[in-house]
Design a protein around this ligand. Structure first.
Ligand code: SAM
Length: 322
């Protein structure tokens, strides 16, 4: 097991199955282009082998499938079938929900029990303005179907000043009524926002701002969360829970256990570092050759983690896997 001076190790792996996405959210894809996959993406088999090797080399216990948009990828079924047989403690998926109803049978068959659906607004016109793709009603229907199929749903919302702050309470109520746990994600200085401080600050909404908005209507208490959780979690007694991934206000680098594998075969140990480590070539090698080399790269990737706080990264979230 590879552990750093702060006692951190890689436990959670996020795999970006493809960088293609059927949305072009303003804060993630500034050029507005949808469905652009990287040229040199790995096959489903190579990515699954990557997961198997990382379970052994790094001690990965939990896997989240993300992207890009994982549900647009033709690799999804093969990949899910393979990783489903690896004895992982948990496999979950992050999606924008546009293809959720369509792919639900596949997800149920693969025994995916937990999904995070990204949804920044319940207002159809604001939805078109932010996501620049897809259809709100289709997402809501997909979530209902997933709930009816017994899936545990979290909803991810990025609050953006001037764009969807008026949606914080409607979305919270919507989620509380249905037993979905809402996660607010503080806007991160990723991609173009890492170099454009004005654009970032104009849109950024802090944990404190969110809590005072929510506190106008609800009483809430801080709730427990796993040690390496990224979200600060709150309970609204008798109603449900919500969380805030407050990367700016309450940095979680000290306990970060995340490792990311991109669709083109790069390992990222930290969202806030431009360092990345190519493992695509190792995934064609037999285990006894791949593992020692992989372990050397994992030491480097763990060393890329920030000591205390996230400071921003040039990599776009849809490439690195949100
Ligand atoms: N397509 C999937 C989805 O929409 O959930 C998975 C990939 S998406 C990049 C994962 C998450 O990253 C989404 O919840 C999105 O809102 C979030 N995200 C992207 N760029 C971000 C940024 N700069 N700051 C905060 N969250 C961001």
């Amino acid at each position: 097991m590879i552990v750093d001076r702060q006692g951190r190790r890689f436990r959670n792996l996020r795999v970006s199955l493809t960088s293609a996405c059927n949305y072009a959210c303003t804060y993630c894809v500034p050029n507005g282009k949808r469905l652009v996959a990287a040229q040199d993406e790995l096959s489903a088999e190579a990515m699954a082998r990557g997961v198997a090797y990382l379970i052994e080399a790094a001690g990965i216990e939990r896997l989240r499938i993300t992207g890009g948009e994982p549900l647009v990828s033709p690799k999804l079924e093969t990949f899910m079938t393979a990783v489903g047989q690896m004895g992982l403690e948990d496999i979950s998926l992050t999606t924008n929900g546009q293809l959720l109803a369509k792919k639900l049978p596949l997800l149920v068959d693969a025994r995916i029990r937990r999904i995070n659906v990204s949804l920044d607004t319940l207002d159809a016109s604001a939805f078109r303005g932010i996501a620049r793709g897809g259809d709100l009603a289709t997402v809501l229907d997909g979530m209902e179907q997933a709930r009816a199929a017994g899936m545990k749903i979290k909803v991810n919302m990025v609050p953006l000043r001037g764009q969807n702050l008026d949606q914080v309470m409607p979305l919270l109520d919507y989620c509380l009524e249905r037993g979905y746990e809402l996660r607010f994600i503080e806007l991160m200085r990723m991609g173009h926002l890492a170099s454009d401080s004005n654009a970032f600050l104009q849109q950024f909404v802090s944990l404190q701002q969110l809590l005072s908005l929510i506190g106008e209507r609800y009483e809430y208490l801080q709730a427990s969360a796993p040690v390496d959780a990224t979200a600060v979690r709150y309970e609204i007694p008798g109603q449900g829970y919500f969380g805030v991934i407050a990367n700016e206000s309450v940095p979680f680098c000290r306990t970060c256990s995340r490792l990311r594998l991109s669709s083109t075969g790069w390992l990222h140990g930290c969202l806030s570092s431009s360092n990345r480590h190519y493992v695509g070539d190792l995934l064609d090698k037999p285990r006894h050759q791949a593992l020692p080399a992989l372990q050397r790269l994992l030491v480097k990737a763990l060393g890329d983690k920030q000591e205390v706080a996230f400071s921003g990264g040039a990599t776009v979230m849809k490439i690195i896997g949100g």
